[in-house]
Design a protein around this ligand. Structure first.
Ligand code: B12
Length: 543
């Protein structure tokens, strides 16, 4: 069957104080690869990659990418199924308008949606836009079963586990299949359907930019149940690692076939098992690949001792982020972080000693936070700075759909299911927090603003006073346009804003509705054979 997948435009808040940049949709690239392996004819409409410098103000945020009329003109007339992704709920208010326009123009097409947002707010999304089917959670197996059955005709939606569909006016949610541990069966992402050179050129990539980049994923899910995170709903509380050899094969393939030298991992938490982490590092070292990599989204710290960190550094790992979220034992307990202070401090020591750039993720203003909790965070960041930590990130808490705290705040009536709530992540990095965006019961927005800047000043003040070499490095990198830390990324993004990187228009549509795959740079991933059976590795259906 012919399927067109759509990567919507990105949204940024031009006033936000953040180093975050859009990035290529790894999840959608996996869906494309799975559909292609099942024999379907897949094309990709990359609304960001096709207009990376086209900035369109849309209320409090700005869109980067194609405008709606340009997107509609690029819809594949011959594809009966359109698949659309959305990872971030803050993008939904804009995206639902686009979905409605697509359905108005192409009422006969089946719109299938997937991604973190749709998994967290499936019914709401179906009520607010003419989506036909939502695939919940991990999508490869469910999407293959769905499209296979649509192609076979006589489609019975109730027979596909893990989808939400329309039965007349009713919205029906089928039961979700159990997540599979057989992650090595999943075909490598179809990066050949994207122009990753464009993402590299604009540094639209996760983490700090350290050279020609391809994002990768080594594991799926996370066994923890932190109250502010939606991962338990998205992936169940499972952790499924790929075989270290498999991940190294993929990295080596991009290094050899695309000349990539940098690999940000998008895992929720890759370094959960000491043995897996050591085996992976040794696999990379054995292959003598001249690469750099990082865990761009944060990872658990418990296994990080001297031996592990030295091996990681030797294998090219240059940046890690630990996420204690707070210096307060009370807060960490209440958010179920299950991270002991001793484990954190010893991991920090080993990581810094190995020469790996370390950043720390913190959050202030959790609903239960008190001044004394925030004071603990102030003390913690001073100590971390003295120990050689390079960066901190301190957004003010905002509720994420399908997380425990989100449901609590809805239940208590503190928030309602509305656009303002969804847009909260977009305002979390604004210079000043206002009371209506403050979800903390014990500390006012004015005080939280004070604490945010007091924590940042204490960290960077102590850091540069005790590690002046970090300032010299930043100055050097500023002129070389290089970045080795979030602060350096932030400063370079400011430079880009001030010097103006120039806004451009959409790239010419090289695809014409009838040419499925345009010329791309990353070659198509090879077919893989199982070492044991010699058989081609194939994705088997769920259940
Ligand atoms: C990597 C990551 C980042 C990276 C880059 C993300 C990127 N573009 O790829 C960075 C660090 C930039 C980032 C930033 C932020 N992130 Co983030 N991020 C993640 C993380 C940890 C992993 C995403 C990932 O790669 N997963 C692996 C792939 C394979 O999974 P997937 O994308 O979900 O795709 C699968 C399914 O969803 C489904 N699927 C996906 N698309 C489609 C389409 C179809 C048609 C179908 C059928 C199926 C399908 O199938 C795929 C394969 O199984 C997720 C948590 C998670 N999902 O695991 C949080 C997460 C998405 N991030 C989150 C947030 C809030 C943010 C920030 C807003 C935080 C902040 N305030 O700054 C910023 C926003 C940045 C921005 N640019 O605007 C929240 C979003 C919650 C929500 N509902 O909005 C999440 C869920 C974290 C959490 N649990 O709270 N993030």
């Amino acid at each position: 069957m012919r399927v067109q997948l759509i990567h919507p435009p990105a949204h940024v808040n031009p006033k936000a104080l953040t180093a975050l940049r859009p990035s290529p949709p790894l999840g959608l690239a996996y869906i494309a690869a799975a559909l292609r392996e099942a024999g379907h004819d897949v094309s990709m409409l990359d609304c960001l990659g096709d207009a990376p410098t086209q900035l369109t103000p849309e209320g409090p945020v700005s869109r980067i990418g194609l405008r709606d009329d340009e997107i509609l003109s690029r819809i594949d007339r011959d594809a009966p199924v359109l698949g659309i992704t959305n990872m971030w709920s803050y993008a939904w208010p804009a995206l639902r308008q686009l979905v409605s326009k697509i359905k108005n123009c192409f009422p006969e097409k089946i719109i299938v949606a997937g991604g973190e947002h749709f998994t967290g707010l499936a019914e709401v999304s179906m009520q607010q836009a003419p989506i036909d089917i939502i695939v919940l959670g991990e999508g490869e197996r469910i999407m293959n079963e769905l499209v296979g059955k649509l192609e076979a005709g006589n489609f019975d939606a109730s027979s596909v586990d893990g989808i939400v569909w329309r039965d007349g006016d009713k919205i029906v949610m089928n039961k979700r299949p159990k997540g599979s541990k057989a992650v090595d069966e999943i075909p490598w992402p179809a990066w050949d359907l994207f122009d990753l050179d464009v993402y590299n050129e604009h540094r639209f990539l996760p983490g700090t930019y350290m050279g020609k980049t391809v994002p990768v994923l080594a594991t799926r899910g996370c066994p923890y149940d932190c109250t502010y995170c939606s991962a338990p709903n998205m992936w169940e509380r499972r952790w499924a690692p790929r075989a270290p050899v498999e991940v190294a094969d993929e990295v080596e393939f991009y290094a050899k076939e695309y000349g990539a030298t940098h690999f940000p991992f998008q895992d929720l938490t890759a370094s959960l098992q000491r043995k897996w982490t050591v085996d992976f590092a040794r696999e990379i070292i054995k292959r003598n690949l001249d690469i750099k990599w990082q865990l761009a989204v944060g990872t658990r710290c418990e296994i990080m001792d001297d031996e592990v960190c030295q091996l990681l550094y030797e294998s090219g790992c240059r940046t890690l982020y630990f996420a204690p979220e707070s210096g307060s034992d009370r807060t960490r307990k209440l958010i179920k972080k299950k991270m002991k202070r001793e484990a954190l401090m010893s991991a920090v020591e080993s990581t810094v000693k190995a020469g790996i750039t370390l950043g720390i993720f913190l959050v202030i203003g959790f609903p239960h936070d008190r001044r004394e909790d925030l004071d603990e965070t102030v003390k913690l960041v001073r100590e971390l700075a003295r120990m050689g930590v390079t960066d901190i990130c301190v957004p003010v808490f905002y509720p994420i759909p399908a997380s425990e705290l989100y449901d609590d705040l809805i239940a208590s009536g503190r928030i309602t299911q509305c656009d303002a709530t969804l847009l909260a992540p977009m305002t979390a990095h604004l210079p000043i927090l206002t009371e209506e965006r403050n979800y903390c019961e014990h500390v006012s927005a004015r005080e939280l603003n004070f604490y945010k800047y007091w924590i940042v000043a204490n960290f960077y003040g102590t850091s540069y006073a005790t590690h002046p070499e970090l300032m010299t490095r930043m100055a050097k990198n500023f002129f070389k346009n290089e970045e080795e830390s979030k602060m350096e990324t932030f400063v370079l993004e400011l430079k880009k804003k001030v010097l103006g990187s120039g806004t451009g228009n959409a790239r010419p549509d090289t695809r014409g509705p009838n040419s499925p795959t345009p010329k791309k740079r990353v070659p198509r991933a090879p077919e893989r054979k199982s070492e044991k059976t010699g058989q081609l590795i194939r994705l088997r259906h769920a259940g």
